[in-house]
Design a protein around this ligand. Sequence first.
Ligand SMILES: Cc1cc2nc3c(=O)[nH]c(=O)nc-3n(C[C@H](O)[C@H](O)[C@H](O)COP(=O)(O)OP(=O)(O)OC[C@H]3O[C@@H](n4cnc5c(N)ncnc54)[C@H](O)[C@@H]3O)c2cc1C
Length: 376
Amino acid sequence: MRVLVVGAGIIGAALADRLTRPASGAPARLTVVEGEGPGAGTSGTSYAWINANDPADPAYHRFRTAAMSTWRDLAAGFGDPAWYRPSGNIMWATADETKERLADRVARLSGLGYAADLITSDRLHELEPHVAVPPDALVAHYPDEAYVHGGPAARALARRAREHGADVVTGHRAVRLNTDGDRVTGIRLDDGRDLDADLTVCAAGRHSPALLATAGVPLPMVDPSEPGSAAPCLVATTSPAQGVLNGLVHAPGLSARPAEAGGLVLEADDLDAGIDESASPALIRQVGGELLARARALIPALAANISDVRRCVRPLPTDGYPLIGFQRPGLYTAVTHSGITLAPHLAALIAQELAGRPSPALAPYRPNRPPPHPRP
Ligand SMILES: Cc1cc2nc3c(=O)[nH]c(=O)nc-3n(C[C@H](O)[C@H](O)[C@H](O)COP(=O)(O)OP(=O)(O)OC[C@H]3O[C@@H](n4cnc5c(N)ncnc54)[C@H](O)[C@@H]3O)c2cc1C
């Protein structure tokens, strides 16, 4: 079988890696087409927190805990790579209402068998000596959570897939899906070449709706160009700030973790509210300044400055759940938010489906499920 994967973000790269493993019942021929380079899309700018830190939907929570476990196995297979950091996560609340919600979350997660504890400020200072936490804060610790550096992770997976026989074509975009009646027969590249395949997998992240639309295939995703859309967001990186943070920290108003080049990755949901596709450079700089001010309040020893503020687009299904499965004969779609958390697990399940064994675990996440879907 000739399989074509469009996109080498974390989803496409993890799938290519999985499909080329000797035990996977590998396709006779696997080609990956990536418009830029592996990890150059959303995966390379993602906050990339690997977690199942939401008990609201126990089935989806279990799906995500399985994904955390698949990451551990994958990383072990690479020999503790620098791009996978099983650092644990600290989260705290200071207002009465948010403390109540945090305590409830920890209790519910613990009840689901997830590693979640309330910890003392002494324990917090052992874990993160440079972080300033108000004395009355309620602090939670999730020791099994992790983060990845999404760009290097996608590159490592794509490299291993290539070493195992995949043809990885970079710097060329698929401009359309080719069809024969209802069947998708491959893609047309931006240089006019047609690549034929028995199965085309759309793993083009936020660009998936546009590619699928060329064959009249809909995908229920949040449109980043709509006013007030939740998809556009900003992520800032600081200059090197070695040793000030050991792992993931979620404080009121700021999420932070160590960055690949020694600085910090910073994001704040409330600051994303004013960001859309037309956000001016001045607004983006202003948000970067606010993120830095919050980071300095969080880590008084932080001497770094902002080195980069990037506008990103979350590949956001309208109900927040993954969109995974066959959409037409010859066409399989794999698009999701939380794609960093889910990629290796999805890759394993998708490989199983492509080998002819439908996965019950993916049944709730078919792209053609009926609306409406409440966002988790
Ligand atoms: C700010 C931010 C924070 C996030 N935080 C988290 C988090 O904490 N935890 C988590 O699990 N997830 C998080 N996410 C979501 C996660 O990053 C994404 O779900 C994931 O990176 C999507 O991976 P992907 O491979 O589908 O897409 P991408 O990484 O965008 O990869 C798609 C690839 O396809 C290529 N491509 C697109 N169109 C074409 C085409 N026509 N032809 C050829 N190539 C094409 C692109 O160049 C790109 O490399 C976050 C996202 C953002 C933006």
